[in-house]
Design a protein around this ligand. Sequence first.
Ligand SMILES: Cc1ncc(COP(=O)(O)O)c(C=O)c1O
Length: 486
Amino acid sequence: MSTLPPRRLNIDNINPHVRVAKYAVRGELATKAEEYRIRLENGDKSLPFSKVISANIGNPQQLDQQPITFFRQVLSILEYPKLLQNGEALKNIFEFEQDVIDRARTLLKSVRTVGAYSHSQGVPIIRKSVARFIQLRDGFPSDPSDIYLCGGASSGVNALLHIICADRTSGVLVPIPQYPLYTATLSVLEAQSVPYCLDESTAWGTDVHAIRESLSKAKAEGVDVRAIVVINPGNPTGASLTADDIKDVLDLAAEERLVVIADEVYQTNVFIGEFTSFKKRLRELQLEEPVKYGNIELVSLHSTSKGMVGECGHRGGYFELVGFDQEVVAQIYKFLCIMLCPPVIGQCLVELMVNPPKEGEPSYELYQREYTTIQEGLHERALALYEAFNKSMEGVDCQEPQGAMYLFPQIRLPSKAIAAAEAVHRQPDEFYALRLLDATGICVVPGSGFGQKEGTLHFRTTFLAPGTEWVERIVEFHKAFMDEFR
Ligand SMILES: Cc1ncc(COP(=O)(O)O)c(C=O)c1O
């Protein structure tokens, strides 16, 4: 039998920067969870659980969060405008309200069809809606020409980091723990992640002294630190920055000439206090000291993936640029043009997110009820999980949930468990998470996937999965694990 010629590509000759990039949220554990899911679907009865719970990823609708009716009704007409030919059926059979039909007509007038490419920066009237939303939220004007619609915040971050990082000496300050989009993209770009640690003892506070230390160290090592990422509210920590915390970061950015990347995708997932945007705080400070803060470059990002919208499969998002040089803006725009345009249906969803039904409009009551039910459910489940971690699990310490969709408890494991992990060449938190998955079907992400202070161990779980039975399964597993390695 003749042998096939070798393939041109192999693991040793592809882009090495892709190979080294790490993205634990969909890593080995997630792959194994998927295998378990398929085995269960195929009737495998040998597993000690009957359901896989993907608590590894903030994917609300995969975990049964229901879509907001108004959004889906409008989108369905946008996908199939012929539905408008029978408005009576829409109303009488499918219970579409008149404002659904009106909104779909308005959007169709400017988009014409969701099947065509749009402007690379996004549909102009949708950018106008986003600017109006930002203005209402912050009390400061926003210009539609500074708004860029994108295919989820991820694609915005990817484009921006491509522009910000010039070569391997370019560095970006990244919080630890962080959502690994940042470190992974910097790895692919062969640029430097400059980690700064959030302070677990103050419920994962952003400590500007820690940032300054990391910055000085990186500069001494020859890194050209150009930007700082702040995730507010945080992933995986849920922590929100206060107006003072934001000022500290902006002071540092002004002094050190750092571009500020404010990842605000969880801005509506806030349980304690109020969300303050970086843009609002910057505008306030610019009024007080126009010279000091006048040239800060800020990009803030938002998304349809999280919050009570939870439509991450539709890939909608936007970023707003403030204070950038016009020649740089032109290059950002060119980069976006190379990718043609963000999904048009996702752009329409952005419009619905920033411009939902208003009081007095026919769809308002249902929208409000659905929104509040999701919001309250998230908070309830966050508290149930938090109580279970803190009250019923030996050696586990969790900060009070403040926002986002995750808890990030610290776990203190017996030395025998750490030795057992070493024996199979695993990080101890990875070993723990794998054992949890094997025993319960619950998939979490080891803290090492987000970065954690040396000598500490954590895991991240979402609190999206419905019910509390799975929380009890984590508690039972933990007890058995601790007993096994005591
Ligand atoms: C902090 C943070 N930023 C960005 C994203 C990506 O969001 P999108 O679905 O809008 O790309 C996520 C997703 O989990 C996230 O947690």
